[in-house]
Design a protein around this ligand. Structure first.
Ligand code: HEC
Length: 144
């Protein structure tokens, strides 16, 4: 999807979603789905609470690969706008020399959004706010 289209997607969601959780873009229903899917598909690598399992996610392991980073807002997942996060989940990291498997074909687009919602619910409001600000910049043509 084109970058600028996301502003139309995010703004209405954050403004008028009656079942939204804490004023964030996702709904409590998405969180419930995301919780189950995250435990099933992501937790083995990224940790039960998206906290990451490696002592240092910035350091390559003995095989020369970066470990799965935390997704709970303490690493840099919050630098990525929503479409980029979804892209990583769809494509994985193998093509870029990483080890994350691809989930396109395994999780539907709605399910991908639900797992993002789930790991984002760990983000502190401050982190979430900075992430939202970056979305707006990106939607106006900034670099991701
Ligand atoms: C086999 C282990 C493994 C599984 C399973 C896995 N990941 Fe990953 N993930 C990684 C690794 C390793 C990286 C770092 C990039 C790479 O090496 O591909 C990563 C990177 C990411 C990133 C980018 C983070 C950043 O800070 O840039 C996101 C987002 C992500 N994973 C989400 C998920 C989600 C959501 C799931 C479940 C649907 C999942 N991953 C399942 C190993 C995994």
């Amino acid at each position: 999807m084109k970058k600028w289209l996301w502003i139309f997607f995010l703004l209405p969601l954050s403004a008028c979603n009656s079942s939204a959780s804490d004023g964030r873009w996702y709904t409590t229903a998405q969180l419930e789905t995301g919780k189950v899917l995250f435990a099933r598909h992501c937790a083995a690598c990224h940790g039960e609470q998206a906290q990451g399992l490696a002592k240092n996610w910035r350091k390559k392991d003995a095989d020369g690969f970066y470990p799965p980073p935390p997704l709970n807002g303490t690493a840099h997942a919050w630098h990525h706008p929503l479409p980029t996060l979804q892209h990583v989940i769809q494509q994985g990291g193998v093509a870029q020399g990483g080890r994350m498997p691809r989930f396109s074909g395994k999780l539907s687009e709605q399910e991908q959004l639900a797992v993002i919602a789930w790991f984002q619910h760990y983000w502190l409001d401050d982190v979430y706010r900075q992430w939202m600000q970056r979305q707006t910049v990106n939607a106006q043509g900034g670099t991701p």
